[in-house]
Design a protein around this ligand. Structure first.
Ligand code: B1M
Length: 208
């Protein structure tokens, strides 16, 4: 039994095995950060890398994320508030009018896997709800997803509302129809084409 087995368990999508191994490491007194960083997060970093290289695809990334989430659920009660907030808080949702959530969920899971605290508002989220949640959770980042060209304007409305509320947060956007030119035009701090890229973007924006 070793952290390496947790890492391999995530890479081979074994939810139950990852949960059992994570619990076993906890019971053995292994440092939580080591389990998190060297096991779960490390494996998701490799998954993200392989996705970027075209070696793994969305279904595999979702399965690995599920396995990682299994381990994370075991660790969560043991993570101190300080640790769980140490890498930043992201408020994420699919913008108003849009019900697509598979990609957004994947982004949220990868962010959790990267040690960020994620507040997921779901789908069809009004601009005001993003503002309220960002305030209530002292968010570092507001992350908006849209899959429809018709809901892209909701991103602009939301970013405008966040800025008007005077919140000191970074706004990022993503989803199939989103481009860098669009992100620039609506004043977003960045955009990403995929979930691993969104994690990298947040890390860059937060200087981590
Ligand atoms: Co809809 N749909 N859909 N749909 N749907 C698309 C998006 C569409 C391209 C299909 C098509 O026509 N070829 C089209 C949009 C056309 C357009 O606007 N240009 C479309 C349409 C038209 C519609 C409806 C209007 C259909 C209708 O009712 N007439 C309707 C709209 C409903 C609404 O939202 N109001 C509709 C409904 C649905 C379902 C409910 C049936 C279902 C959604 C189920 C769900 O999400 N729970 C659905 C689905 C499944 C799709 C397709 C087939 C697949 C989307 C998906 O989940 N992809 C899609 C066609 C396609 O993409 N092939 C389509 C997998 C997912 C992992 O990828 O979401 O792109 P994706 O996420 C990626 C990146 O985009 C990125 O990272 C993810 C992972 O790498 N990403 C981010 C996403 N969010 C990000 C945020 C970030 C960063 C990266 O930072 C914040």
């Amino acid at each position: 039994m070793a952290i390496k087995d947790i890492y391999e368990g995530v890479l081979s999508f074994q939810v139950e095995k990852v949960k059992e191994l994570t619990q076993a490491e906890l019971d053995a007194g292994t440092d939580i950060q080591t389990i998190l960083n060297d096991g779960l997060i490390g494996a998701m970093d490799e998954v993200g890398q392989k996705f970027s290289e075209g070696i793994l695809f969305v279904p595999e990334m979702l399965m690995a994320a599920q396995a990682m989430k299994g381990g994370l659920a075991i660790l969560k009660p043991h993570l101190s508030a300080e640790m769980s907030h140490s890498k930043g808080t992201v408020v994420i949702g699919t913008v108003k009018g849009d019900l697509h959530d598979i990609g957004k969920n994947l982004v949220a899971m990868m962010m959790e896997g990267a040690g960020l605290t994620v507040v997921d508002l779901g789908v069809d989220v009004e601009a005001e709800k993003f503002v309220e949640a960002a305030k209530a959770n002292k968010a570092d980042v507001v992350a908006l997803s849209a899959l429809l060209t018709t809901t892209m304007p909701s991103m602009e409305t939301t970013i405008k509302a966040v800025k008007e509320a005077g919140l000191s947060v970074k706004n990022i956007i993503g989803g199939a129809p989103v481009t860098q030119a669009f992100a620039d035009r609506i004043g977003a701090d960045g955009q990403s084409d995929d979930a691993p890229g969104a994690v990298d973007l947040v890390r860059r924006l937060l200087g981590k």
